[in-house]
Design a protein around this ligand. Sequence first.
Ligand SMILES: *Cc1c(COP(=O)(O)O)cnc(C)c1O
Length: 390
Amino acid sequence: MQIEAPFNLVETPAFVYDETEVDRVLAITRRLSAETGCKSCYSVKPLTLPPLLRHMASSLDGFAVSSPFEARLARECLSGEGAIHFTSPGIREREVGDLTSLCDYVSFNSLGQWRRFSGHFSRHVSLGLRVNPGLSFLDDERYDPCRLHSKLGVPLKDLAGWQNSRHSNLPRLDGILLHSNCESTDFSELDKTVRQVKEYAPNVLEEIRWINLGGGYLFPRGANLEPLVAVIRGLRSVYGLEVFLEPGAAFVRSAGYMVSSVLDVFFSEGKSVAVLDTTVNHMPELLEFDFEPDVNGHQEDGQFEYILAGCTCLAGDVFGEYKFPQPLEVGDRVLFCNVGSYTLTKAHMFNGINLPGIYALKEADRLELLREFGYPDYESRWTTYASSPV
Ligand SMILES: *Cc1c(COP(=O)(O)O)cnc(C)c1O
């Protein structure tokens, strides 16, 4: 099977991100900012590649992170201007120093963490709380921040009560963070979420300075952004709030490809199996969340059907069943699409299978090799101290 240039030029397995596609989404957030005055950040956890972060930094107002490591890497990639927004369900006391020096906005995940740590942050850090608006839009609770007994954020009613009763000598609550959806393209859900906050905690909106609407929404071609524009304008004009967005997957999901080669093809009890030189461990969410990735050239009425399988010893290391108009042969390439988010950042070397090389696809189909991995990377994970008494 043929795949298009330049995907046929890379050594496989390879992760390729298309910078032009990232730029398409950056243009959307820049236009949103121009039209509404909101500020846009990139939540780095879907794809945390420094060259990409540096490329994005000049079009954004900062990065959103959830650990001191992410904070440090993001800070190193910010070009002077721009802010680091931090939230995490588990801040440790020993991290507070690093977080103070690396971050501009910190949203505590619970009232307990606020009580314990808010007094330790110096004044230049703007302090907020992550709020759980309690409105679910997802069927699968594994990625629903508003699931029953959620660990993510202060329930709205608790926040409203706390805001009324708190001591004035505590640090001021500057803002709130809402992040309550996943891969949604329906911004009316965000409108409903904000209405929920207005209904249950109107006093909070009156007193804070900023609101971060989180991520969890995609910006595909032709997306209807009107509800988003209206929500931002409303928050700015009625409450005078500074509004932040921190999408993650929206910027990189459609920009990412995994290029693999067929290593073997055989029959297994009536079905053809094609073993690839990649593995689901290069995209672990396939197993975690049980979905099948998009494959270039797959056609519902294709005559040649294959189980695409990964090359580890795990029986379940399988991508799914796909149909092609031509047969697959050893050496052919198989191209996975829309796999830019939560793949490379979760990929690992189980079974000693090397990680994919990383390539950037620049304007005019110019490919740049950014990184190859090898035995030293594998070995370094398992290097231990000769002797280290505790
Ligand atoms: C993961 C995360 C994001 C980005 O989510 P996407 O679904 O990738 O847009 C934004 N904010 C917070 C707090 C997150 O945990």
